[in-house]
Design a protein around this ligand. Structure first.
Ligand code: GDP
Ligand code: MG
Length: 163
C-alpha cells in the first residue's frame, strides 16, 4: 500500500495549492485503493521512486444543512482516518486563529503523526514564523511556500519518514 498523506487546515491556507504541487494534478484511481471513499480529492505523487497518495480537504460542496464548519470537520475527520500521516497547514501571514486552535485540539487526539506546516512564508523571517506558531504546541513547524515550492521537498521527506 502507498502511504497516505492528509492535508488539513482551515480554508484558504493553501491546501489545494500544495496538493496540486505534490500531485501535479494527477488524480488517483481511488477504485484501486480499497478503504478510500470514492472522491476526486485524492492524488498520486512520487518522491524519487517512492509513490504516495495525498488527500485534499475543504473543496467539497457542503451537502448537509449544518453548514461549512460542520462539513469541514467531517471531511477533516474522514481524511485523517484514512491517512498514515497528517500535514496540518496554517497561514504564516495571518498568524494563529481560533479555528487553527480547534483543529489542533482535534489532531492532538487523532492518533496519527502530525506535521505542522506554516505556508505562505516566502519572504518572511524564518525565526519569527517558527516562534509565532510554536505556541500551538505541535513542536517546531516546517516553513514552506506552496506557491513557490520552498520547503516542499523537506516536507515530503519528513512526512514519508513518519510512515
Ligand atoms: P485552501 O483553501 O486551503 O485549499 O487554499 P488554496 O490552495 O485554495 O489557496 C488559497 C489562496 O492562498 C490562493 O489565493 C493561493 O494562491 C494562495 N496561496 C497558496 N499558497 C501560497 C503561498 O505559498 N504563498 C502565497 N503568498 N499565497 C499562497
Ligand atoms: Mg482547497
Amino acid at each position: 500500500m502507498k502511504p497516505v498523506i492528509a492535508l488539513v487546515g482551515r480554508p484558504n491556507v493553501g491546501k489545494s495549492t500544495l496538493f496540486n504541487r505534490l500531485t501535479r494534478s494527477r488524480a488517483a484511481l481511488v477504485a484501486d485503493y480499497p478503504g478510500l471513499t470514492r472522491d476526486r480529492h485524492y492524488g498520486e505523487g512520487r518522491m524519487g521512486d517512492r509513490p504516495f497518495l495525498v488527500i485534499d480537504t475543504g473543496g467539497f460542496e457542503p451537502v448537509v444543512k449544518e453548514g461549512v464548519l460542520q462539513e469541514m470537520a467531517k471531511q477533516t475527520k474522514q481524511a485523517v482516518a484514512e491517512s498514515d500521516v497528517v500535514v496540518f497547514m496554517v497561514d504564516g501571514r495571518q498568524g494563529i486563529t481560533p479555528h487553527d486552535k480547534a483543529i489542533t485540539d482535534y489532531l492532538r487526539k487523532c492518533g496519527r503523526p502530525v506535521i505542522l506546516v506554516v505556508n505562505k512564508a516566502e519572504g518572511m523571517k524564518y525565526t519569527a514564523v517558527v516562534a509565532d506558531f510554536y505556541e500551538l504546541g505541535l513542536g517546531d513547524p516546517l516553513v514552506i511556500s506552496s506557491a513557490h515550492g520552498d520547503g516542499v521537498h523537506t516536507l515530503l521527506e519528513e512526512a514519508l519518514g513518519k510512515v
